[in-house]
Design a protein around this ligand. Structure first.
Ligand SMILES: *[C@@H]1O[C@H](CO)[C@@H](O)[C@H](O)[C@H]1NC(C)=O
Ligand SMILES: *[C@@H]1O[C@H](CO)[C@@H](O)[C@H](O)[C@H]1NC(C)=O
Length: 508
């Protein structure tokens, strides 16, 4: 405590004497401005935009397999066979990023495009060539590539082994990552191992939520957690030892984290909020980013207690050995966050037993009185609260907002609700950085393009640019949000009036 006070006093003196800002930027800046070197761009994922599902030697992924076998899993019976056709139109997509004044593009590699069987028996040069072309096109246009290694499209051959709940998949993932670092790491300096493990674990806890639809709630999802954490840690350490000395990039992981506001001011609801955050975020973040490592105590205790009640002789949550705790702890250069919305939370019982939802012992509900679309509420102060909670819980790590965005029904080109959402959330992000001192290094909006929104098919639209899915050419059209974002990205600031009007302070 006292060291902090001294530092603050010294910083204040420096600030008064030499005009050195308290925040870490190299020149003084107004509260509505992003720091120097801040990344601003947009994001996509391979299965959602690429198409070319069987072109250039690509193998089958669990998404190809699942949606071909059960077309009715998506709301419109559609799949990602063609998607936005970015496999052919990547040069045009890079120009869309140029039109946004983006300096970073977050995209994912399709594992079965590079390794059609998931293993190294067939390293598909045409797949490597495709990503080389995309990366080179980005760099030629002054845009940094940010690469997600795993955005949900597991090679189907590895699903035959059980997919992610089988810890052996980590061995395959490490080899795949090595090939990616070897081929792209000279030019790619921002890496994410996994996108939203908490979300894709639903593919193993439900028959219909996501591919592969393995229906094992409260069991497979926890086995997956251990396998994914070990896979992440081993890839981080591989990069650290083999590639970082020459490639000098940064490796992180991206977690989906909403904000959960206690329903009332009771201590019980405060606990419910923390519990929900521990089950959604802490399950993944605590082993990597906390000082002590391992799964959060509350998660371990509750899953063990429910497992006993179910007559089991051991917990459905696997244990991490001391060696595994050490292997996983500290394996990130930054903390990626996909944040969309905030909900209210109270304690109670929901979900079937066994399930992760049941184990968490909370009931969530949507806020009233805020703009809402599908499952998203436009509550900018929720992002600010979340960033402060994360910074306090996991000090020492810079954050990168790798997804944030608003969905519209089809046909909305004058996307005023999206504009409102982005103005608010970018303002809340700036408050977190400049007023609250949370270290955040970048932001990629979800999404560059309207795309295949998983089980929603093409029925809900997250793009800054719309795509006409009735036209085989898949023409792109800028929505009204594009010039607004392009201006913010160019000025590297939210216009003062929008910034001051944004809903960045929680109601007391
Ligand atoms: C979807 O199709 C499968 C067979 O392909 C069928 O078993 C299932 O009942 C269908 N589900 C719905 C909701 O129609
Ligand atoms: C978009 O909608 C807003 C609000 O309804 C309206 O003021 C504006 O004129 C519209 N813009 C276009 C280009 O239609």
């Amino acid at each position: 405590m006292s060291r902090t006070v001294v530092l603050v006093v010294v910083a204040a003196l420096l600030s008064e004497t030499w005009g050195v800002p308290l925040s870490s930027g190299s020149s003084p800046r107004a509260a509505n401005h992003f720091p120097d070197g801040f990344y601003l761009g947009a994001a996509t994922a391979a299965y959602q935009v690429e198409g070319g599902w069987n072109e250039g030697g690509k193998g089958e992924s669990i998404w190809d397999h699942t949606l071909h076998a059960q077309p009715n899993l998506t709301a419109d019976g559609q799949n990602g066979d063609v998607a936005a056709d970015s496999y052919h139109k990547y040069k045009e997509d890079v120009q869309l990023l140029v039109g946004l004044n983006a300096n970073v593009y977050r995209f994912s590699l399709s594992w079965p495009r590079i390794l059609p069987t998931g293993d190294t028996d067939n390293i598909n040069q045409a797949g490597i060539d495709y990503y080389n072309s995309l990366i080179n096109e980005l760099l030629a246009n002054g845009i940094q590539p940010m690469v997600t290694l795993y955005h949900w499209d597991l090679p189907q051959e590895l699903q035959k082994l059980g997919g992610w709940p089988n810890a052996v998949i980590a061995d395959y993932f490490v080899e795949y990552a090595r090939i990616a670092f070897e081929n792209f790491g000279d030019r790619v300096k921002l890496w994410l191992t996994f996108n939203e493990p908490d979300m894709f674990s639903n593919g193993y806890s439900s028959a219909t939520a996501l591919a592969p639809g393995a229906d094992s709630p409260g069991v497979a999802d926890y086995l997956l957690a251990k396998a994914v954490l070990l896979a992440h840690a081993r890839v981080y350490r591989l990069y650290d030892q083999r590639f970082r000395p020459t490639q000098r990039g940064r490796v992180g992981i991206t977690l989906n984290i909403d904000w959960y506001e206690p329903l009332t001011s009771s201590a019980d609801d405060a606990e419910a909020s923390d519990r929900q955050l521990q089950f959604e975020c802490g399950l993944w973040a605590h082993p990597i980013f906390s000082r002590e490592g391992d799964f959060p105590e509350v998660v371990k205790l509750r899953v063990a207690a429910n497992s006993r009640k179910e007559g089991r002789t051991r917990s459905r949550l696997p244990t991490l050995s001391p060696a595994e705790v050490n292997l996983i702890r500290g394996t990130a250069d930054f903390f990626g966050i996909n944040h969309y919305s905030s909900s209210l939370v109270t304690s109670g019982s929901s979900g079937s037993e066994p399930s992760k939802t049941y184990d968490s012992g909370v009931v969530t509900s949507m806020f009233e009185g805020y703009p809402t679309s599908f499952w998203i509420s436009d509550i900018p102060w929720g992002l600010r609260k979340l960033l402060n909670w994360l910074h306090k819980s996991y000090p020492g790590y810079p954050f990168f907002i790798t997804e944030n965005g608003w969905s519209d029904p089809p046909g909305v080109l004058n996307d005023t609700a999206r504009i409102h959402y982005y103005r608010g959330y970018l303002s809340a992000l700036l408050r977190s950085i400049n007023d609250d001192g949370v270290p955040v290094i970048g932001y990629t909006a979800w999404s560059l393009l309207d795309n295949l929104e998983w089980m929603n098919g093409y029925t809900i639209k997250f793009g800054l640019y719309s795509v006409d899915y009735d036209d085989p050419e898949r023409p792109r059209t800028a929505k009204a949000s594009v010039p607004v974002m392009a201006q913010i990205y160019k000025e590297r600031a939210v216009p003062l009036e929008d910034f001051e009007n944004a809903d960045t302070t929680p109601p007391s």
